[in-house]
Design a protein around this ligand. Structure first.
Ligand code: IPM
Ligand code: MG
Length: 360
């Protein structure tokens, strides 16, 4: 197959981790006879510096016109003082909205090789951690009105959180469909004891449940969910939640699996053109040192093959190669531990170890 992939290297460690993912894709292309064409896209801080805009229209168009988008990470201290609408992250939000990718899928799964890297007690980890957070991605407080004004001589800041039924219903469906393909348990997370938007959320989820009688639906308040994720993560199969709750809970969920550097994500809307990115940030403190973990990005590329290009076998080959590289003892600094037979490697060496293990 011939596919055009828009590639956003971004800021900080973005270029290093994306380069490793592209080399993995090249290896897959070679083994399976595909052609992947990469189209460079500037977004984030690098685009602010070059074009004065975190996502110029032309760059958005390159993404929308591609078969899928692979992204490293954006942001950094250098752009902390620019106005909100110009921040690197704004480029990412505009990209998500411009591509219409409302459904963000963030798996939290423990790799057996990394079980001891989890900060949780062994007795909790042993019960298993394998769930998915389905996060609404283009609505809610991220996309409501943001303003800072002066009232009675002091600054007053406002951010508005809005959801309509249609937005809740379409992400709710993804939650139910995802649960159907897995353990058939869906936990809807909200703050309905305080927020109107959450009460509407809950109502729509229960209405939808009538269409999915095989799925067991439960409701959980977001503060309780934050607690349950560390207390008893084995109880979860699929969590569906709004944008900001999903942002926060997915960082927490990633941490209990060992390292945020391991977690990929997919974002999809109504077409097969998706956005694939690791869930971690641009980590400017370790940028350019060749010590970042490229696995989250490499696994994001695998998700792209599976969900956007229908290449499940190729995706499995990448996942297996990651697993073998971990079995062989290769560890980047974030997942390094005391122990026999573990080798501390940098970003490029980890990429190479994975590439060498991709087999058809
Ligand atoms: C994420 C990130 C982004 C978000 C930032 C960089 C805007 O934290 O993808 O989780 O909040 O969505
Ligand atoms: Mg986040």
């Amino acid at each position: 197959m011939n596919k055009n992939i828009a590639v956003i290297r971004g800021d900080g460690i973005g270029p290093e981790i994306v380069n490793e993912a592209l080399k993995v894709l090249d290896k897959v292309a070679e083994l399976y006879g595909h052609t992947f064409n990469y189209v460079d896209v500037d977004m984030g801080g690098v685009a602010i510096d070059k074009w004065g805009d975190p996502l110029p229209q032309e760059m958005l168009e390159r993404c929308v016109n591609s078969d899928s988008v692979l992204l490293g990470a954006v942001g950094g201290n250098k752009w902390n003082d620019v106005p909100g609408y110009m921040r690197p992250e704004k480029g990412l939000l505009r990209l998500r909205a411009g591509m219409g990718v409302y459904s963000n899928n963030r798996p939290a799964k423990i790799w057996p090789q990394l079980a001891s890297a989890s900060p949780l007690k062994e007795s909790i980890v042993q019960k298993g951690i394998d769930f998915i957070i389905v996060r609404e991605l283009i609505g809610g407080i991220y996309f409501g009105e943001h303003k800072t004004e002066t009232v009675d001589g002091q600054s007053v800041a406002t951010d508005i959180l809005t959801y309509n039924e249609e937005e809740i219903e379409r992400i709710g469906r993804i939650g139910f469909e995802t649960a159907l393909k897995r353990g058939k348990k869906l936990c809807s997370v909200e703050k309905s004891n305080v927020l109107d938007s959450s009460r509407l959320w809950k109502k729509v989820m229960h209405r939808l449940q009538e269409e999915y009688p095989e799925v067991e639906l439960s409701d959980m308040l977001v503060d309780n969910c934050a607690m349950q994720i560390v207390k008893n993560p084995a109880q979860f199969d699929v969590i569906v939640t709004e944008n900001m709750f999903g942002d926060i809970l997915s960082d927490e969920a990633s941490m209990i699996t060992g390292s945020i550097g391991m977690i990929p994500s997919s974002s999809l809307g109504n077409s097969s053109c998706g956005l694939y990115e690791p869930i971690h940030g641009s980590a400017p403190d370790i940028a350019g040192k060749d010590i970042a973990n490229p696995i989250g990005t490499i696994l994001s590329a695998a998700m792209m093959l599976k969900y956007s290009f229908d290449m499940a076998e190729e995706a499995d080959a990448i996942e297996k190669a990651v697993s073998v590289a971990l079995d062989q003892g290769f560890r980047t600094a974030d997942i390094m531990q005391e122990g026999d037979n573990l080798t501390l490697v940098g970003c490029s060496e980890m990429g190479k170890a994975i590439r060498n293990n991709i087999k058809r």
